[in-house]
Design a protein around this ligand. Structure first.
Ligand code: CO
Length: 135
């Protein structure tokens, strides 16, 4: 678990095209492809920065978790994602440590990655995502 990298920072927005303007026009970052993740009812845009990315999340339905987050908290940081080599082993390690998980079994996220969320109650209030890149 040492030396884990931050894979991305997830930011909730009601409009990717509006929110991306700051990152692309003001900061000069590049907007990668925008992808719809139907299972999570979001559109996802990745903006690479160094070894990490900014992930903009826009709801596609009113009942998506991101829509609920926007309603409750407004636009802003939604989660921090760490890149792990073996997501199942990391989940086992967290379970063994009594950490409350949202996903006990990894699911498929953007770019075909395996992802799982750790409950904010286990992390001091931060929604943490684990990501395993699958080649
Ligand atoms: Co994410």
């Amino acid at each position: 678990m040492t030396g884990m990298k931050i894979d991305h920072i997830g930011i909730a927005t009601s409009s990717i095209s509006e929110a991306s303007r700051f990152w692309t026009e003001a900061l000069g970052m590049e907007l990668g492809k925008v992808e719809e993740v139907a299972e999570q009812k979001v559109r996802v845009a990745m903006l690479p920065t160094g070894e990490s990315r900014i992930e903009l999340l826009e709801p596609t339905h009113d009942d998506s978790a991101i829509a609920k987050f926007l309603e409750k908290r407004g636009a802003g940081i939604h989660h921090v994602a760490f890149r792990v080599k073996n997501i199942r082993a990391t989940l086992d390690q967290l379970k063994a440590n009594g950490a409350r998980l949202i996903d006990e079994i990894p699911r498929i996220g953007a770019e075909g990655c395996l992802i799982a969320f750790v409950h904010p109650s286990a992390t001091g209030g931060v929604l943490v995502e684990l990501v395993e890149h699958v080649d």
